[in-house]
Design a protein around this ligand. Structure first.
Ligand code: SF4
Length: 528
């Protein structure tokens, strides 16, 4: 649905800020693709764009693709911005640029909802999810789009039921320019891991869309040119297990109808390994990757952070179970926990070797507002506000030791030979267990073949000829070519190249050790 009862017209500019270069945004992979320039279409801002009154013209700009220009700002009557903590500086920069054109600017999304104080310059703060605050914001802009005398904070107290959410305005985004498609089925998570702000922000009782909304969104993503993979951005895909089971038959049917042109991935807790009926459905729906916040292989640490649910099945057994259903596991890992010891880094490397997980996002612990961790560290006087640091946590171990361990782990885990070995393992132990759907006309179309050839050419030239890990690359690539595993070759090398290059930056100290770090990096220079 859209907001109703507004009669006049306002021109709205929606601007999504640039990401600071990060491990999870894969920018080193983009030059190997056929024109990808950004990570995922932003769900929140495209949702708001779809909710605005039908007669309001909307321009959507993702500054990861192109910066908003003076002409865009001159066209607009008001500006909407949304983003995560990692984009804080860029969001404040968009606000400054909009104010230079005397435009009112509103900010919504996860960062401002958790930390309104981060955004003193904005005219409107939209705190919370889509709901009564959104209606109030739209009504105010409809009445008067000029800048208010002082900041106005609008808090959602009555959230719009997710079954009434409109389909995000994917048509406004350049979908083929994104590395992954994104979609959201549920919001919230029943667990309460100490470091996580999801339950505080979105609640412990997951809210849901209907399966029909999801298949309609997938139809629209296809219409807008999505190729490859779509990521369910739900905080926990099995936050409501019954809902996951309800959705899967619809996804399977949709895949059969459309010829399995898309692969799915999602985030879920590791105890999904206890639910073979869900995993079987996911395999049939062509889920190929699953992100699990393993956080640490240390049971004492898991208990301390209230993530005991990761131990419902022994971790290694759970990973093997997910692999047996064809899914590659991606793992989140945290260093700097209170339980860490000087040999934690070594144990992590042993875990990576034993699990054969290729992609692990290794971050330093960061205390986010609205989390039990934040409250505890505040009580213990262990929160450090220093933008020159990679974390706001006063670690138990010396700060330099923790950062050195992080750099050493990144450097070692992503040595090309080791990484390709782990992909080799995935091909035989996980990918081999995937559904083998028949080739659809779309997959054998000239457009798709040309896309594959372009990526192969880029990979062979930029990695196989110009790259500096040629021997390891060709050892891996020649095996794939001999076995006709072209799709595995392209998919693995795209990601591996990013991991190798980013890990080099990390181990050389050229990048942040925390996804949430505010330390200025080159890539966070404001857009022009
Ligand atoms: S299971 Fe994941 S989403 Fe849920 S509280 Fe823990 S870290 Fe957050």
């Amino acid at each position: 649905m859209r907001v109703e009862g507004i009669e006049n017209v306002r021109r709205i500019l929606c601007v999504f800020p640039r990401y600071t270069s990060s491990f999870g945004t894969f920018e080193y992979a983009y030059p190997l693709t056929a024109g990808v320039e950004a990570f995922m279409p932003p769900q929140g801002l495209l949702l708001i764009a779809a909710y605005l009154p039908e007669q309001w013209p909307v321009r959507f700009i993702d500054e990861n693709i192109r910066a908003a220009t003076a002409e865009d700002f001159e066209w607009a009557e008001a500006v909407l911005v949304s983003g995560m903590h990692i984009q804080r500086q860029q969001m404040n920069d968009i606000c400054r640029r909009a104010h230079a054109h005397d435009l009112a600017v509103a900010i919504g999304g996860p960062s401002v909802s958790a930390c309104p104080d981060y955004y003193p310059g904005f005219d409107y703060l939209h705190v919370g999810e889509l709901g009564d605050a959104t209606d109030e914001l739209i009504a105010r802009l409809a009445r008067d789009p000029s800048r208010p005398d002082q900041q106005i904070v609008l808090k959602t107290t009555d959230r719009l039921d997710m079954t009434r959410f409109p389909i995000p305005a994917y048509e406004l985004a350049e979908i083929p320019r994104y590395f992954l498609g994104s979609i959201q089925y549920s919001s919230g998570c029943p667990y309460q891991c100490e470091f996580c702000d999801i339950p505080g922000l979105y609640g412990r009782n997951p809210r849901l869309k209907s399966p029909q909304q999801i298949t309609a969104e997938l139809d629209k993503l296809l219409e807008c040119g999505i190729m490859g993979s779509v990521y369910f951005v739900d905080d926990n895909f099995i936050g409501n297990r019954k809902a996951a089971l309800d959705l899967l038959p619809h996804l399977i049917e949709w895949q059969k109808k459309t010829g399995y042109v898309l692969r799915f991935s999602c985030e879920a807790t590791l105890n999904i390994a206890k639910r073979p009926e869900i995993l079987a459905g996911m395999r049939e729906a062509y889920f190929c990757t699953i992100f699990c916040g393993i956080e640490t292989p240390d049971p004492v640490a898991l208990k301390a952070m209230h993530k005991d649910h990761n131990m419902m099945v022994p971790i290694m057994e759970a990973i093997h179970t997910l692999n047996s259903f064809g899914m590659e596991v991606v793992s989140g890992i945290i260093l700097g926990l209170d339980t860490d010891k000087p040999d934690t880094g070594q144990h992590l490397l042993e875990f990576i070797e034993a699990s054969q997980i290729p992609l692990l996002t290794i971050n330093l612990l960061q205390a986010l507002p609205k989390t039990p961790l934040w409250d505890r560290l505040k009580r213990e006087n262990r929160l450090i506000e220093d933008e020159g640091r990679d974390s706001n946590v006063d670690f138990r171990l010396p700060y330099e030791d923790v950062v050195t361990t992080w750099r050493a782990c990144m450097g070692s885990a992503y040595e090309p030979a080791k990484l390709f070995e782990r992909y080799e393992y995935q091909i035989s132990h996980a990918y081999a267990n995937r559904l083998q759907p028949p080739r659809s006309p779309q997959q054998t179309s000239w457009k798709n073949i040309k896309l594959g050839l372009t990526m192969l050419r880029n990979i062979f030239w930029k990695v196989g000829v110009l790259g500096d890990y040629k021997i390891e690359f060709w050892k891996f690539a020649l095996k794939r070519l001999a076995r006709g595993e072209i799709e595995h070759l392209i998919a693995s090398v795209l990601v591996a190249h990013h991991l190798i290059m980013f890990a080099r930056d990390a181990s050389g100290g050229h990048t942040n050790a925390s996804y949430y770090s505010l330390k200025l990096q080159e890539a966070s220079v404001p857009a022009e």
